[in-house]
Ligand binder design. Structure first.
Ligand SMILES: *Cc1c(COP(=O)(O)O)cnc(C)c1O
Length: 550
């Protein structure tokens, strides 16, 4: 990385950065901390969220760095984590650009903060116009032509905000090769919504590549402020030299660690997938509107061109919808964020395309994360597949499969519990999580009727009655032939239905007779599934409205 020292601001190379007493020790845990003039008490309110807020946080929290490093596939010394990507953008400028002398190069229109940050620091921004190019394609040779010896950073946003189009890895590589002694900073704020792989894959080959990430968009973290810069360790070291002493707030670090756990990532991915489906739906619907041009997008927004952007902007505002007017960048364009199904329907209705709205599916995902169990339950009452159950308890899996199959709804349960102790926590927490998911999916279309079903299984007869009443009650009449089914304690069945009734707020009455515990329990689950199927069925007169508002 010989080029690096030639390009860094000389005063940054020489800089003695801010240090704290604790950051000079390899391990400061367990010490009586009289070094930082902190207050010894946690302030009001002393809730779990407030833990440690009286202490300075780790400048670069090692747990968070390693979680992010694993997630992005780099080493911990190749990550800077800061309060949003915005901070990373500014720090890159601080490391490389000398005021009134250096410049950055980027596209126009693109994310506006590159230029704002450059302006703040007295740095020139050279912009290559893409607004008139077919498909907003970036002329790579034109871009490279704007660069000279004083160009320190080229900022490229892919997918680009606000045009929504992406660069291929080959295009990025072309720029990296053409400018081997200039930092090529790739902003991947929206990459999770695109099919193009991350430029991180090119880091091993090009030392001038910097990849910038944010959790604001795809991970729903805009309010937490968390973004990363990924680059060679030598560049990251320089960024850490110039960063604010403690860029991340302690509560944000804690929240980020939870969200980056497997359940959090799973939930985020489900929502990314949903937003991608919604983006295509809204795109198609808007294409049908006369007088509107919709541009294809790899991001979580659509750029649309109307006859008069200011007028449409005001009309939407009058209907309670705010969008971003990008007229200054590209004539008469508005940038519209893709949101929930119901919110998107309101947007479509504002453009007079309510008729194309698809039926709202009653679905929910609930994640439960405790020391004892980690559980994800996903239900879709309007689909019959898939039914995927993995709880680590064979007999329980078999019973839960009956629920999805005979209840006629899609059910995914992934549970990782302390089954090495016993099955209690896993069975109970699956019931609680499942009940919450069913309640959420039913929404306000909750029936108030009582449904019942009986299922004979050879010698045994099971019956179930359900009332989705809003009050959790279990009435349970059962005597089992044996206390165990393989390694599964039969008493857990009552506990399962008790927890389920409580969390889904339903009255559940169960009764079973018979001589074989396996048949009896299976009968109970099947009868319950069948009664539930009746209870959740929508009759034709209460289909969701075409407006799509729940
Ligand atoms: C939103 C956005 C950012 C800002 O990310 P933060 O992490 O919230 O600061 C960066 N780049 C682009 C292209 C964006 O649209």
């Amino acid at each position: 990385m010989q080029w690096l020292n030639k390009k860094v601001r000389p005063e940054i190379l020489k800089l003695a950065p801010y240090v704290s007493a604790r950051s000079e020790l390899a391990d400061a845990s367990g010490l009586i901390a009289l070094d930082a003039n902190e207050n010894p008490w946690v302030p009001y309110p002393q809730t779990a969220d407030m833990a440690q807020v009286n202490r300075y946080p780790e400048p670069q929290p090692i747990n968070l760095l390693s979680r992010l490093a694993t997630f992005y596939g780099v080493k911990t010394e190749q990550i800077f984590v800061g309060r949003g990507m915005d901070e990373g953008i500014e720090l890159l400028i601080r490391v490389f650009c000398t005021a009134y002398q250096d410049n950055i190069v980027t596209a126009k229109p693109t994310f506006s903060y590159y230029k704002v940050a450059a302006d703040i620091h007295g740095i020139e921004t050279r912009e290559l116009a893409i607004g008139d190019a077919p498909d907003f394609a970036l002329d790579l040779d034109g871009l490279i032509g704007l660069c000279d010896a004083q160009t320190k950073i080229v900022f490229l946003c892919t997918p680009n905000n606000p045009t929504g189009n992406s660069l291929s890895l080959a295009q990025i590589e072309y720029v990296l090769q053409a400018l081997p002694e200039t930092v090529i900073a790739i902003d991947e704020a929206y990459l999770e919504f695109s099919v193009i792989p991350s430029a991180i894959a090119l880091m091993a080959k090009y030392t001038n590549l910097v990849v910038m990430k944010t959790m604001s968009k795809a991970f729903a973290f805009a309010g937490v402020r968390l973004g990363s810069v990924l680059a060679q360790a030598e560049i990251i070291e320089l960024i850490r030299k110039v960063m604010a002493p403690y860029p991340l707030a302690e509560p944000c670090i804690r929240v980020a660690l939870q969200t980056l756990a497997p359940q959090g990532l799973y939930l985020a991915q489900q929502r990314i997938d949903t937003l991608k489906v919604e983006r295509e739906r809204v795109f198609k619907a808007l294409q049908a509107v006369v007088g509107i041009k919709v541009y294809p997008s790899d991001a979580n927004f659509l750029l649309i061109q109307v006859a008069d952007a200011a007028k449409t902007y005001c009309e939407l505002l009058a209907k309670g919808i705010i969008v971003r007017n990008r007229h200054k960048d590209i004539a008469n364009t508005l940038r519209v964020t893709i949101a929930s199904h119901a919110e998107n329907n309101l947007l479509l209705a504002a453009f007079g395309v309510g008729g194309v709205v698809s039926k709202i599916e009653r679905s929910a995902i609930v994640v439960r994360n405790t020391n004892e169990t980690k559980i994800i339950v996903e239900v879709n009452l309007d689909r019959t597949a898939p039914v995927v159950i993995q709880t680590g308890i064979g007999f329980f899996d078999h019973m839960l499969e009956q629920l999805g199959k005979h209840g006629g709804f899609s059910l995914k349960i992934i549970a990782d519990g302390d089954t090495h102790i016993d099955y209690h926590h896993t069975v109970e927490d699956v019931a609680i999580t499942l009940g919450q998911a069913l309640k959420q999916a039913l929404g306000n279309k909750r029936g108030i009727n009582r449904y019942g079903f009986s299922v004979p299984m050879d010698e045994s007869l099971a019956s179930a009655n359900i009332d989705l009443s809003g009050r959790g009650v279990l009435v349970y009449e059962a005597t089992f032939a044996t206390p165990m089914i393989a390694d599964f304690p039969v008493e857990m069945v009552e506990h399962f239905f008790y927890s389920l009734a409580d969390s889904m707020e339903a009255a559940i009455h169960l009764k079973v007779t018979g001589e074989n515990a396996h048949h009896q329990v299976e009968g109970l689950f099947k009868a319950f599934a069948k009664a539930l199927q009746q209870a959740i069925a929508i009759t034709s007169d209460n289909l969701p409205s075409t407006k799509g508002v729940l």
